[in-house]
Design a protein around this ligand. Sequence first.
Ligand code: ADP
Length: 543
Amino acid sequence: MAGPKRFIEVDWRDWRSWPARLARVWRTSLQVRTVAITMLLTGLAILLTGMYLSYSVGDNLYQQRLDQALTDSSRATTAAQNQLNAADVTTPEAVKHLLDTALTAVQTSTSSRLVGAYRVPGQDPSFVAPLDFASVSLGGVITPEVRAAVQKGGGKQFYQSVALPTSTGGTDPGIVVGSQLSLPTAGLYELYIGYDLRDAETTLTFVQGTLLLSGLALIVLIGAITWVIVRFVVTPIRVAAETSERLAAGDLEVRIPEKGEDVFASLAHSFNGMADSLQHQITQLAMLSQVQQRFVSDVSHELRTPLTTIRLAGDVIYDQRASFPPATERTAELLHTQVERFDLLLSDLLEISRYDAGSVVLDPEATNLVRLAEDAIDAMSTLADQNGTELRLEAPGGYFVVDMDPRRIRRIVRNLLGNAIEHGEGKPVVVTVDSNESAVALTVRDYGLGMSRQEVSHVFDRFWRADPSRRRTIGGTGLGLAISLEDATVHSGWLQVWSREGEGSCFRLTLPRVVGGEIVSSPLPLPPLDAVNGAETDKEVTA
Ligand code: ADP
């Protein structure tokens, strides 16, 4: 069987077709699916782990720096307070000087340069005490709540995460630790020391970057490893699938290479065992079928000689039937008809056995299909007249000369016409011929009994008849269409049928312009254009 094949060209530059292509790759490639799912799940796992790691490293860094800041601030505050306690000053200049000294003490005993001090509001006005003293202004970044807590807090430390302004105009993450200082002659002061956490943040960013990069690298690595592993597993399966496909296509010699002792080796072993036994059985069947074919061919040949003698004798008796009594005359007629049928059956059997034996040789010559159809119609006109059937030929313009074996093609057309007349119930039979660049086609359309779907699927079977009890006028053998199909196939042509009960049938013969050439499409439509809703229920049998 050979039908039209279509090849779809792949053009990856057409991005609109990508989703469909990717979906196809996803559906058809186990390897791609496994790798994609593995990478996705690994990616998810790495993302969750990375998020946890990043959070825990960040938290740890912050906690460390906070502890450091608290210790550092406590030490600096104590150092400043000790200095304030030791002094005994009364003039504003002396107080100012003392406070400056304390501030220097704070700055020298802490790692931070960001120090600020503010006089706790609500104390008795003191002319000797300045309001604020600071190395930088921290007032803007500290919230009123923290300030209130420090103002009330006595000897306790309070801290707050802040955004410290930088010299470039930006901000750095930081911590401000606050505590109280007390000056015997001037009252209470809030002391704030700011700690820049930029270095901790840089470390965290570095750790996060490293985590991200290594995570991505890990995903790619795992994808590559999965690809390799799945390839190991999929390749033998693919080989097995391809081998069974080839076996199914009829290549009985094909086997899976058996390597190693693993599960694939045992699969290959049992598959090969199965293939061996299949091959053995098929070879046996083929031999049996050959013997049968030869038997049919031999029997047909052997029957030829006695049949010729019977036929000659029968003809003599038939010619003299007028001189017989009526009952004998009838017998002579019956004998004549049946001998003719026998002769026909024997010729058909011989023809089919020639096809089975592969000994059919084509005798191609350039022939005009329209002329050939006209000849066939002429030859069938007597039968058509007997049935009251009108035979019509429709051939629009075109170039109808193709290489064919005219004897065989004429046989096909006559057989199709005979069937159409026989089953056409006296309605007109239309023969249409048309051509295109690659092929010529002929359809025989009748409007008679038609066939059911089930019947159509058997129409080319040997000795099959839709209803053996149907009235038969030309006494076919049931081999006509089987031989026609062989005749079309040997020309690399198609013989197809559409039929529906009550609507009639349409047989289409399509031949390539040269024997063995490829038919791209048939010039004539099937189902025929006049079929009602033809495309929905038609059943095509292609040769
Ligand atoms: P035969 O005509 O010798 O019986 P064929 O192989 O030519 O053998 O046809 C097989 C069967 O297909 C016929 O017996 C008939 O039942 C069915 N058939 C063929 N052509 C038609 C048609 N045009 N309309 C209805 N039935 C058909």
